[in-house]
Design a binder for this molecule. Sequence first.
Ligand code: AKB
Length: 345
Amino acid sequence: MSERTILITGAAGEIGHGLINALAGQPETRVIAMDLREIPEHLQHKVDAVHVGDICDRAFIEHVVSLHRVNEVMHLAALLSTSAERAPEQAHEVNVQGTFNLLRTSAEHAQAYDNPIRFIFPSTIAIYGVDPREKYELPPIREYQALTPITMYGANKLYCEAMGRYYGRYYRSITRGQRRPPIDFRCLRLPGIISAETVPVGGTSDYVPEMIHAAARGEPCVCFVREDTALPWMMMPECVEAILRLAEAPVLSRCVYNVAAFSATAGMFAESVCEHFPGAEISFDAHEGRQSLVDSWPSDVDCLRAREDWGFEPRWTLDEAMREYIVPTVRARYGDAPAHEGATS
Ligand code: AKB
């Protein structure tokens, strides 16, 4: 790839942290970090420019894209599922209008320089809407199945997938002639993501990271879903690797892919956490509203197309992730947790 000038929106978020760290020092690569809030101090020296502003501010987006002649976008800025259910109209503004601003500006910029902009879009398992009564009978779900989201976040992301496909395949099709579409749109539907370095905010799959970080801090945790609730999961390093591998893949035949490492229940995670943090206090008290969201998401996804088209390959099973990534990383972050009350030595 020629020199990459990558705009990362939502750069102060969990995935933004991981991408900035992974891209720092890469040859022929400039990273432009953008967020509504300041980028943490320890990341600022790892990027080439920082812009604090609103994804919904079209003039701001146009300024940043043209100032840096951006040729690649990793668009992470979004209100996640729980935040979006608490403020659905704001979620639409950020998740849909913000993405539209970025797509249209990128398209205009790409046409001005006659060079398509690669646009990496993290979608979500929340675009699926399975019948909770059938959730655990279904085989791992394919990209074309059950596209009936019940959340504003899932609806937003599904529409943005369609917008991205339009800009990447069918943009102005009746007037474009032989010119290629202005956007090279690539999308991965992310499962529950677990970061051992940052604590999530606003997601409904946050119950597992919350459990892990609480145990590492020696604090009790009440899990807001039932113990038998299953979702597909991957660790943050696997998520970052998947985004970068998708971004660097040659021409692709599809633009939307499932990715995940394994399926697991909240109870399986709790059991593993208690093995590594003896005496960790984990209880379950389902929040009806948040439980209903998770019950509409598939327990597992079929990632065959990602494996075949661009070599997606997760690293860890649940037990391996705990041993090789989560436990060493949270211990480094929190130090050796104070013994939980009642813990046996
Ligand atoms: C959320 O919980 O909203 C996200 C997701 C599943 O995409 N982590």
